[in-house]
Design a protein around this ligand. Structure first.
Ligand code: SF4
Ligand code: SF4
Length: 188
């Protein structure tokens, strides 16, 4: 197309406000389309995929004993140096963690501790709501880690939720998930 034709086209565009009409059509199109905003957290919540790396949890064996043998491998491999393990030996010579703490304020959720653990004792679950105004509260001890929810079998979807005024239960879901995952993770 020649330069003169370009100019004529531009003038015709101006004359009929073609660009303006296009922009307004886009704007009105969005105004009347279905909103995609998630009503978090009072109406909807995101259930992460099962491979999501959220809050850590410690596992128990079939007898209900903590699986961790306090080998400290997780603490050694952690790039943030945010795991502290203090071992003790019981009367049978078995090692257990007398102290097991993770500073989740420093953790980058890389999952190396889970990969390194020879006893399959620690993993990163799907809980992602654990912010706090106090960094001290983000240092999580052994008993709290044992009480944390594990990995959910399903995920990757938005589930219905509603705010709850019961103490310590801020949000619960209304959708069918097999078990009330959100209620579980909000209980401490
Ligand atoms: S997820 Fe990574 S940074 Fe966090 S505690 Fe485990 S090894 Fe350390
Ligand atoms: S969680 Fe695993 S790697 Fe860490 S101290 Fe316990 S047994 Fe060792």
């Amino acid at each position: 197309m020649s330069h003169a034709q370009d100019r004529i086209g531009a003038w015709i565009g101006w004359a009929f406000f073609a660009d303006l009409a296009k922009a307004l059509a886009l704007t009105f199109g969005y105004m009347f389309s279905k909103p995609v905003t998630m009503q978090y957290p009072d109406k909807e919540k995101w259930l992460p995929y099962s491979r999501y790396r959220g809050h850590h949890f410690l596992k128990r064996d079939d007898e209900g004993e903590i699986k961790c043998v306090a080998c400290e491998l997780c603490a050694r491999i952690c790039p943030c140096d945010c795991i502290e393990v203090v071992p003790y030996e019981d009367e049978k010579g078995k090692r257990h963690p007398a102290k097991f703490e993770i500073d989740t304020a420093r953790c980058l959720f890389c999952g190396l501790c889970e990969d390194a653990c020879p006893a399959d004792a620690i993993a990163l679950g799907q809980q992602y709501e654990f912010s706090s105004f106090s960094s001290r509260e983000l240092v999580i001890g052994r008993d709290d880690l044992l009480a944390k929810p594990g990995k959910a079998a399903t995920g990757g979807s938005v589930v219905a939720a509603r705010l709850n005024v019961e103490p310590k239960v801020l949000v619960e879901t209304g959708g069918r998930q097999g078990y009330n995952w959100w209620r579980n993770i909000r209980r401490r």
